[in-house]
Each structure stands twice: as C-alpha cells, then as structure tokens.
Design a protein around this ligand. Structure first.
Ligand code: TXA
Ligand code: MG
Length: 339
C-alpha cells in the first residue's frame, strides 16, 4: 500500500487522526524526547508486521513498547523486580527502557521471538497523548530505514518513510536527539545494553551493581549471541564513510590539511573549534548534550551534501558523551584513528 504521507502539527484533532490510524492497524510517525518513533499497536501481529516492513528491519530485532502511565505495565509485563520499580520511579517518564519478562498478550513478533520485551514511558506530551488516544501500548522503533541514522525531526522521518505510512506528527526537533538508555535488570544487577541520556553515572547512583555490555564499545560479529539483538546490525550509518579521530585540535587540523580542499572529504568538529584547514566541515556542538542533539542531523546532512568521507573529532566520553561516542563508533564501523 502506498500513502500520500502527511506531516501534521500535534493539535488535538490531528492526534485523534493519528490514533484512528493506529486503531485501524496502521503505522504512524510520532515524536518523542529521544528520537522519532514508528508506532503501531504493540499487541497486534498484523500492525507490528507493518513496522518491520516499513523499516525493512530484520524480524529478530525486537521493538520497544511505549506506555503512557505506569499501570499499563501490568498489561504487558509478567514480573517487575523491586529494582525495576525503583528505576521506573526514578527515570520514568524519560529516556529509559527496561527489558522485562513479557506476558503472552505481547505477540512474539513484537519481542523478536524473545520472552522479554523492552518498555519505555516517554517524557513527551504528544507521545503520551497519542498512546492515551489510541488506548493501547505502542511498539515503536526509531522511525528511520533500518541501518540509517535515527530521525530527530519530522522531515527526517519523511525522507525515510514517505509513501510508506499515512501520517507523521511533527513535534519539532527532539530535545535529546539519541535513543533511550536500554537496560536489563537481572538479580539486582543493572546491565546496560545501550547507553543514552540516562547515563551510567546516573545508574551508579542507584546501585553499585551496574555492568556495561561489551557491545557498547566493541564490534559484535553478526552470528554471535548478543544480549541486545539490535547491537549486531549496522547502525546509524550515513552513506559517507565516517572515521573517528582521537586527537587534540592542533593535530586534527594538521591531519586535515593533507586533503587540501578536496570537496568530498569533510570534517566534523566542535562548535568551539577554530578551524584552520581548507576542507569543508560541519560542527556538532561542544558539550555532550548539544552533541547528542546534533549528531544524527549532521550524519544525514553529510549525505545531503554529497560527502564521501568525514573525519570526526572524537567527543568526551562521560555522561551522555558515552552515548554519542557509541553511536559514532557504529556509524564509523569502529574505525578510529589515534594521532
Ligand atoms: O529512544 C528510543 O528508545 C526510541 C524511541 C522511538 O522510543 N526507540 C528505539 O527503538 O530506539 P529501536 O527499535 O530503534 O531500538 C531498540 C533497541 C534495539 O537495539 C533492540 O535490540 C533492543 O532495544 N531491545 C528491544 N527489546 C529487547 C529485548 N527483549 N532484549 C534485548 N534488547 C532488546
Ligand atoms: Mg533504531
């Protein structure tokens, strides 16, 4: 089915229209505080199948279920350990996803065939209104084509989903810009599967038992058993080849000068950098929070500008900086140069 995809403002009438499409088993694009999502009824096999088709996503990569109040948890989750309750109290609504044992009501297609499922209560008024109006939890991966950078504006969603879905609700640019922190909670240990705006440091304030999955900073072979199936797929990649450069500004500038003003070689630097090389460049913020907000837009822009290669100044790795670095590593296929 092909649609004349509409981008609509989040007015009450348009939110009702989005909810109507969802109730008819269709897929819509919607804003959250992290990135835009591609939503459908999490409890309907047919509706969820349409998400996988629109994204061209492998069916063993599970989706996150979005709820609009804590009571909805009991519809989809069989056991909530005490530590998970504590985390929900502290970080929900917010950019935080917990992997928990699913109830039978959640079809296997939603959980990628696993007995657990990711749940998130987003901190976004429009997202919450849409879930409430639909009347059921929404399965929603990021609204990009599989492998592409996640969308942080409605027009990014349109680039990837035009003709494939009826409606995108436009909530403006996403406040955070990177996907939620994903954790599993087993035996009083928080296992971080994907870093996000709720940082490892934030989690360490709750308990001493926080572990980071090795896939956060290391490549995973596609046939390896992994705790988070999403980690094994190529991710966040623009068409341009991305290479991370670990160095100070002076060495970075000297390195970039070898390319003279070759027009298809780009640099990605910090806003605060004084640029002293002839290549074209983009800036992606200076502080980790600004970098998080800017990163995916910059990766998409490199493609719009026809960049073939981009050398990226490596970010700080503390707080949300770890999430920025994790997404960059994946965009770069783990290629890092140390100068
Ligand atoms: O911020 C976000 O989380 C956004 C917005 C739309 O809410 N959603 C998002 O979904 O990023 P997605 O599908 O692009 O990423 C979900 C990640 C994947 O890496 C997936 O493998 C992991 O969560 N995941 C989901 N369910 C899981 C499970 N049962 N066990 C392990 N990992 C799981
Ligand atoms: Mg995604």
């Amino acid at each position: 089915m092909s649609y004349d995809t509409k981008i609509l403002k989040p007015t009450p009438v348009n939110i009702m229209e989005a909810a109507n499409w969802l109730q008819k088993g269709e897929v819509i694009g919607f804003p959250t505080e992290t990135v835009y999502g591609l939503a459908a009824n999490a409890l309907s096999v047919e509706a969820v199948r349409k998400i996988f088709q629109a994204k061209e996503r492998p069916e063993d990569n599970p989706l996150i279920i979005h709820i609009s109040n804590i009571h909805m948890l009991s519809q989809i989750i069989s056991v909530v350990p005490p530590l998970a309750y504590k985390l929900a109290q502290k970080f929900w609504p917010g950019p935080f996803t917990m992997i928990l044992p699913k109830k039978d009501a959640v079809p296997s297609i939603t959980s990628g065939g696993l007995s657990t499922v990711g749940v998130r209560f987003p901190a976004h008024e429009t997202a919450i209104s849409i879930i409430e109006a639909a009347g059921f939890p929404l399965a929603a991966p990021s609204a990009n084509l599989s492998g592409a950078p996640s969308p942080t504006t409605a027009s990014h969603v349109w680039q990837d989903m035009n003709g494939k879905i009826p409606v995108i609700i436009d909530g403006g640019p996403c406040k955070i810009g990177l996907e939620s922190t994903v954790v599993s909670v087993i035996d009083d240990v928080i296992h971080v599967l994907r870093p996000g705006a709720i940082s490892v440091e934030d989690l360490c304030n709750i308990t001493d038992h926080v572990e980071m999955d090795t896939s956060i900073l290391n490549p995973i072979h596609s046939d390896a058993a992994v705790s988070s199936p999403g980690m094994k797929y190529r991710h966040y990649s623009p068409k341009a080849k991305i290479i991370i450069v670990e160095s100070d500004l002076e060495k970075f500038s000297a390195f970039m000068r070898q390319f003279d003003n070759k027009k298809n070689v780009w640099a990605m630097v910090f806003d605060s950098d004084t640029v002293d090389f002839p290549c074209p460049y983009l800036t992606y913020g200076s502080q980790p929070k600004d970098q998080a907000r800017a990163l995916f837009g910059c990766l998409r822009k490199l493609d719009d500008l026809g960049a073939e290669t981009a050398y990226v100044r490596s970010p700080e790795k503390g707080g949300v900086g770890l999430a920025v670095y994790n997404r960059l590593l994946r965009a770069a296929g783990f290629e890092v140069i140390h100068l």
